[in-house]
Design a protein around this ligand. Structure first.
Ligand code: BG6
Length: 501
């Protein structure tokens, strides 16, 4: 593990959802695979004054057992040896002083030399107060290094993101700050860089001369899963578009970085966002699901979800068109789309290439019909069925000159087995001080600059039944430029006939 021989993870929000679902299993995985420093400790911090070390450890063991990690793997020893709990009332400065003392005492007892990860696994509204209090208790510096990890969403709009960045920078250097977007930990997202810059073939076609449009979709079958408190304050634009979708957009659209390292890559990503033209209200469709059927199951509408206001105008779907005004992309529409309760979980990027310049085969360029022209498309699926599909036209056997779309496919699972990804990667990068997969202050602000105007004076969401691909207006958005949404690839060999339509 390089030079780091010891460290402590201080997890604020240490009994919360994120800890339970992601952090604890990831930390255990790393420890069990000897990827954590030999001497490490985990201190869960939360409000509950009645929780003790012993009960916290029992809770953790149960979570690991529920996640399929049995006692044989040493969960018990690990929990008893490394896990600690400290109750902190976030309004109490004295409690933060006590936290500082507790950290020092655990470090002392475990032979840890001051390397600290401070992890804010908190609701966004609690970030500022926590950062302030940590700093007041002197926890922004230590004998070793101190790194601050902040979960999304980072701010609610441009003004709040700026305030939060200013507060962070008052107490921490940007080099200490790790803003998480868990999409960046996905193996296939990282692979976009390899795909683009490791293959001369595609990079030479990656521009306005060859690309007609780009679509990026993050579709979920899930609804809000009991998170009304969070989601009512957030909505799809803040929950997915400003972060996950924007990360995919910048990785797809960025120029070749000077080097494959954090600063060069972030620099190119920010440039993409700065080149984006202001998004017009008429190029955005907000939607909200009503009750419907999904996988043969009836599901309630958003307004019927527990905790959601009966007249809530929170969007659960967003589709938009944006333009990146630089040499590479001038005139190429980028479509972003996300939604909950859509028919299928799929995250994918579809690059549609231009049709041949001369219409030898009328069906390729679409006669004067309303049916969009079929063009070569490269569809990069990030989940759940990771891989690439490149579609092209072939002549079907027989006398008539009829074209059909076929695909060349590549599936990661077939080549490499199942992909693991997620918090393990990000936690290791934090330990190693590698900020490549984290979001820089400038990036968050540039993204908010683009989307904040859409939060004002927006039209109410259009309804779509759960189990559909969103409001019809989202289809019209792409049809305007002769496109159609790519709705996931339910498997290879799904050739669709394009001829004689
Ligand atoms: C989270 C959002 O950031 O991403 C959730 O808050 C969403 O609403 C989730 O469900 C989707 O992540 P993934 O990795 O399942 O695509």
């Amino acid at each position: 593990m390089g030079m780091i021989d010891s460290c402590i993870f201080v997890i604020l929000g240490g009994t919360g959802d994120l800890m339970r679902r992601k952090l604890l299993p990831a930390l255990f995985y790393l420890a069990n695979n000897k990827l954590l420093p030999g001497k490490h400790a985990i201190l869960g911090v939360a409000r509950d004054p009645n929780l003790t070390d012993a009960r916290f450890r029992r809770w953790a063991r149960k979570i690991l057992a529920d996640a399929g990690l049995s006692a044989r793997l040493g969960t018990r020893n690990w929990c008893d040896g490394c896990l600690h709990y400290q109750a902190v009332d976030e309004t109490s400065a004295a409690d933060y002083q006590a936290l500082a003392a507790r950290i020092a005492s655990i470090e002392h007892g475990s032979g840890i030399h001051g390397n600290r990860v401070l992890y804010l696994a908190l609701p966004p509204g609690a970030f500022s107060a926590a950062i302030e209090s940590l700093a007041e208790a002197g926890l922004n510096r230590s004998q070793g290094w101190t790194r601050l990890v902040i979960e999304k969403p980072f701010g609610r709009d441009l003004a709040s993101a700026r305030r939060l960045n200013a507060l962070v920078h008052k107490h921490f250097d940007e080099k200490q700050v790790y803003r998480i977007d868990h999409y960046l930990a996905k193996e296939t997202v990282q692979n976009l860089l390899a795909f683009r810059f490791g293959n001369g073939l595609f990079e030479s076609a990656w521009n306005r001369d060859h690309v007609k449009s780009v679509q990026i979709t993050v579709a979920e079958e899930l609804g809000i899963e009991g998170r009304a408190g969070y989601y009512e304050q957030t909505g799809a634009l803040r929950d997915i578009v400003q972060n996950h979708l924007t990360q995919l957009l910048t990785l797809i659209a960025m120029e070749v970085p000077a080097a494959l390292e954090a600063d060069s890559i972030r620099f190119e990503k920010v440039k993409v966002l700065r080149s984006a033209a202001p998004i017009r209200h008429r190029d955005v469709v907000f939607g909200q699901y009503t009750r419907g059927r999904l996988n043969d199951r009836r599901v309630p509408g958003y307004r019927d979800e527990p905790g959601v206001a009966a007249i809530s105008a929170t969007e659960t779907f967003v589709a938009m068109r944006l333009q990146i005004e630089n040499w590479r992309w001038q005139g190429v529409p980028f479509y972003l789309r996300t939604g909950k309760r859509l028919p299928r979980r799929v995250t994918q990027i579809a690059i549609h290439f231009r049709s041949p310049p001369v219409a030898l085969f009328p069906s390729i360029v679409g006669r004067a019909s309303r049916i969009p022209a079929r063009t070569n498309a490269l569809v990069i699926t990030l989940q759940p069925d990771e891989g690439f599909d490149l579609s092209f036209e072939v002549k079907t056997p027989g006398e008539r000159f009829t074209l059909q779309t076929q695909r060349m496919t590549f599936r990661y699972a077939e080549a490499f087995g199942t992909l693991s990804a997620g918090y393990e990667t990000l936690l290791l990068d934090v330990l190693q001080g590698d900020q490549t997969l984290f979001v820089h202050a400038d990036e968050t602000e540039a993204a908010w600059r683009l989307y904040t105007p859409l939060l004002r004076k927006r039209s109410p969401p259009r309804f779509y039944p759960a189990g559909s691909w969103g409001p019809a207006a989202a289809d019209r958005l792409v049809q305007l430029s002769g496109d159609a949404w790519e709705n996931g690839s339910p498997g290879a060999g799904q050739a669709s006939s394009s001829a004689n339509r």
